[in-house]
Design a protein around this ligand. Structure first.
Ligand code: HEC
Ligand code: HEC
Length: 339
């Protein structure tokens, strides 16, 4: 591993954000997120030792709005302790029982690069780790706490530090980001039938939750922003203090849409990124080129890029979708427009 590949700017940003988030989460929740206190000896040294191939009852899942990571193919699995279930009474804040394990594997061209691991310990502490695969693809070992980088088709692939894990996973209402009523909308009946999810509001089984939107393009765009940005840009108690909200709630799709439109359309930009940057509005209806949102998604300058972590290559397809949505917004677009 070549440590010099690591970008210091990103690490500093992440640490600043992570400190805020970790502190806030500890205050807000009885269970803790394990950021700086997590020493390597509390984490299994190999992926195999996490129970990756040996845990009974492992379930693969696929969020409908996945996070873009430089074109990596991803697979995700979860395992609950025998006889337990996810409490989905709050559809946007699923409670995962102690002993839950989650894995997410990143591959490029069919070759595994890393597998990330989240554990909700029996002691109530959430632990985060990344395992780096060897060249032969036979074994994955614990990545250093500060993160590392590996070769990838696009150049390099950054394996986040443990504070980076917390920067994203610690700012949302619960640290599991891809398993929620909205993200797993089309699998809810199956998950409930298998006894893995309990307490889900009955009406969500009759009518699987979806993003409220005026058009299919808007639904896809708001879903994309939820999957890629809402873990930081949300209004939950543990969030980073950002006025810009890009989160959707299955429990209240119309209100979430209104909040997103209110904080984007015609909204003033509060953060100036680079000298000479003339853009001042988050979203200008009909004019993606004048919208800070599209500009910051397109950039991979570490001072400007959004998301600030976890990607080195802009998501051209995602940006095309966002541009199309902004392009189709009526220029008279009222902040109170209804779905
Ligand atoms: C840029 C933000 C970001 C960073 C940094 C990040 N994650 Fe995630 N992670 C996500 C999002 C968003 C999802 C859900 C969407 C998806 O999987 O496509 C996710 C999903 C996961 C999952 C599957 C369970 C779940 O929450 O849905 C695991 C396991 C995971 N991440 C572990 C880690 C670990 C360990 C680290 C640090 C080494 C890390 N992640 C760093 C954003 C991030
Ligand atoms: C890891 C947390 C994190 C993620 C993920 C993230 N952001 Fe941000 N975002 C921030 C922070 C912190 C700021 C404020 C500092 C700054 O401007 O860089 C910010 C600022 C912004 C701003 C400027 C707001 C203003 O008032 O000027 C925009 C626009 C933005 N983000 C869009 C996005 C979009 C779009 C995504 C997803 C594609 C995203 N962000 C993902 C943390 C995040």
């Amino acid at each position: 591993m070549n440590a010099t590949l690591w970008t210091p700017t990103l690490s500093l940003f992440a640490i600043a954000l992570a400190c805020f988030c970790a502190a806030a989460v500890t205050m807000a929740q009885a269970d803790e997120l394990d950021a700086r206190s997590s020493s390597d000896d509390q984490l299994p040294a190999t992926l195999e030792a996490t129970g990756f191939n040996t845990t009974a009852g492992v379930v693969e899942f696929q969020p409908q709005y996945p996070l873009w990571t430089d074109g990596a193919d991803k697979r995700r699995w979860l395992a609950l302790p025998r006889g337990s279930a996810i409490d989905a009474t709050k559809p946007d804040e699923w409670q995962f029982p102690r002993g839950t394990k989650l894995w997410k594997q990143f591959s490029f061209n069919g070759k595994p690069a890393e597998t990330r691991y989240i554990e909700h310990g029996r002691d109530g502490v959430w632990r985060f780790a990344a395992y780096v695969w060897n060249d032969a693809g036979t074994e994955a070992t614990l990545a250093p706490k500060r993160g590392t980088a590996v070769k990838a088709p696009h150049g390099r692939h950054d394996i986040p530090s443990r504070s980076d894990c917390i920067a994203c996973h610690g700012s949302a209402p619960v640290p599991v980001l891809g398993a929620s009523a909205l993200q797993l909308s089309s699998s809810l009946r199956d998950l409930v039938a298998r006894g893995l999810v309990r307490g889900l509001p009955q009406q969500m089984l009759r009518e699987p939750p979806q993003v409220a939107a005026a058009t299919p393009v808007e639904r896809a765009a708001l879903g994309y922003l939820h999957g890629n940005c809402a873990h930081c840009h949300n209004t939950g108690p543990t969030r980073a203090p950002l006025a810009l909200t890009l989160a959707q709630r299955a429990a209240d799709p119309a209100a979430s849409r209104a909040e997103v439109l209110r904080s984007t359309v015609h909204a003033p930009s509060r953060y100036r990124t680079a000298e000479g940057d003339s853009l001042s509005t988050i979203v200008v209806p009909g004019a993606a080129g004048h919208s800070v949102l599209a500009h910051r998604m397109q950039s991979r300058d570490p001072r400007i890029q959004m998301p600030p972590l976890g990607t080195a290559v802009a998501d051209e397809q995602g940006i095309a979708l966002i541009r199309r949505w902004i392009g189709e917004l009526p220029s008279t677009s009222s902040k109170e427009s209804q779905p």
